[in-house]
Design a protein around this ligand. Structure first.
Ligand SMILES: *Cc1c(COP(=O)(O)O)cnc(C)c1O
Length: 404
């Protein structure tokens, strides 16, 4: 049988310059956690996100873990986390021997500020502990130390409301901006502020399926330009490099991690970050092309969901909502048919509060996320996806629609 070429969901777009950079690493011997590309990559990403500094690490997960520790989350604490996310946003809570409290999303897939506020107000109480106020979960008696906000698919969460609530209830805010490099507010209170630079700390990921890649890697950010933020970044840099006080004599001041980014990863990154605005433009062009073609073909019951108004989003992943009653087939049926036709696609993640390690964890009024888990389909969105391929995909979707 004549098997057509598969259209992948999300693959890297690597420039030939990368090979030259990697050759430089090999020829100079700088292949590990030292070398000139690391600092250059940190500077490029910090400049791009308009922040004074950033700390490169091994992965987004390592970055989130480090940030939680720097923010002081520890044993007996609770951390509010979304259930609709990749599980790596939640696992670092357990690495710190803290416990997650799962929260619902709103229509943007991101953490629902209304439920966040309701939880703080109804389920918790603000207590004076020494000179500090801490939020305590009435049911467990534990401190609720922080909230992790994920900018799902590159769509910015409602940071204006989330930050206001977090400040009022004395919660630290960690932004999981692993999917959102390139997304920023275009208006409002946070105009010009990039994903990952609004909360107390933030993290990008450069895994191979993200908008830019270093093979694997991450970047730790710390909100503002004040001394506290810069101190948090210094501490992150220290902890990710085994908390080394004296490199010659192997003197370490803390139980740190081997989380530092490699020079060979950064060598890929310095080339990739130069392309970010081009990648964002292609993602937007392809997103619009899907919407136009589905409309032109008269497809009903497949809706490409919008990104938040007032933001410039990176359109990293494209969420299609399948309305089974209108389309005539379920999301799973359509997914199977597309995979059969060589079109890679996937549902959203299994909700985290339903996953084995978290099946007994606390949760708060989760009603919206299950609808998205059931009905969302992600279609190919690589930056090397062509308009011709989008035509093929949309025609296949049209073919699958049941018309009465
Ligand atoms: C990719 C991703 C991560 C983890 O990043 P890695 O670099 O793969 O460790 C965490 N959270 C979310 C939401 C992600 O999409």
């Amino acid at each position: 049988m004549d098997r057509k070429k598969e259209i992948p969901l999300s693959v890297p777009n690597l420039d030939p310059e990368i090979a030259d950079n990697l050759r430089k690493c090999v020829e100079s011997g700088w292949v590990s956690t030292g070398g000139p590309f690391i600092a250059e990559f940190e500077r490029s990403v910090a400049d791009y996100a308009s922040v004074p500094d950033a700390v490169a690490c091994q992965s987004g997960t390592a970055g989130l873990h480090t940030a939680l520790r720097v923010l002081g989350v520890g044993p007996l604490d609770e951390v509010i986390v979304p259930t609709l996310t990749f599980i790596a946003a939640v696992n670092p809570v357990r690495y710190q021997f803290a416990e997650p409290v799962f929260m619902d999303c709103d229509g943007s897939f991101c953490l629902d500020p209304e439920k966040l506020e309701l939880f703080c107000k109804q389920a918790c109480v603000l207590e004076e502990r020494g000179r500090r106020k801490v939020l305590v979960n009435k049911a467990s008696g534990r401190r609720v130390a922080a909230v992790i906000v994920v900018h799902v698919f590159g769509n910015l969460a409602d940071m204006e409301r989330i930050m206001e609530i977090a400040r009022r209830y004395h919660l630290c805010v960690l932004e999981d901006a692993t999917e959102a490099l390139g997304s920023f507010y275009a208006s409002g209170r946070y105009k010009g502020r990039h994903a990952g630079t609004i909360g107390d700390m933030g993290v990008f990921s450069f895994n191979a399926n993200k908008i830019i890649t270093t093979g694997g890697g991450g970047m730790i950010l710390a909100g503002g330009k004040n001394k506290k933020s810069l101190g948090r970044l210094e501490e992150s840099r220290y902890l990710t490099t085994t908390a080394r006080d004296d490199a010659l004599r192997f003197v370490h001041g803390d139980a740190g991690y081997n989380y530092r980014m490699l020079n060979i990863q950064a060598a890929i990154g310095v080339s990739q970050i130069r392309q970010i605005e081009h990648f964002v433009a292609v993602k937007k062009r392809n997103y619009d092309a899907y919407a136009e073609r589905l409309c032109a073909l008269g497809v009903k019951g497949v809706r490409l969901l919008p990104f938040r108004p007032g933001t410039r989003c990176n359109h990293w992943f494209y969420p299609f909502e399948i309305d089974e009653a209108v389309f005539g087939r379920s999301r799973d049926d359509l997914m199977e048919a597309l995979i059969q036709a060589g079109i890679q696609c996937r549902p959203v993640w299994r909700l985290c509060h339903l996953q084995k390690p978290y099946s007994k964890a606390r949760r708060f009024h989760i009603t919206k996320a299950p609808h998205f888990e059931k009905n969302i389909l992600n279609l190919p969105c690589s930056t090397n996806l062509t308009i011709q391929e989008i035509d093929v995909i949309c025609a296949e979707i049209r073919k699958q629609q049941v018309t009465i």
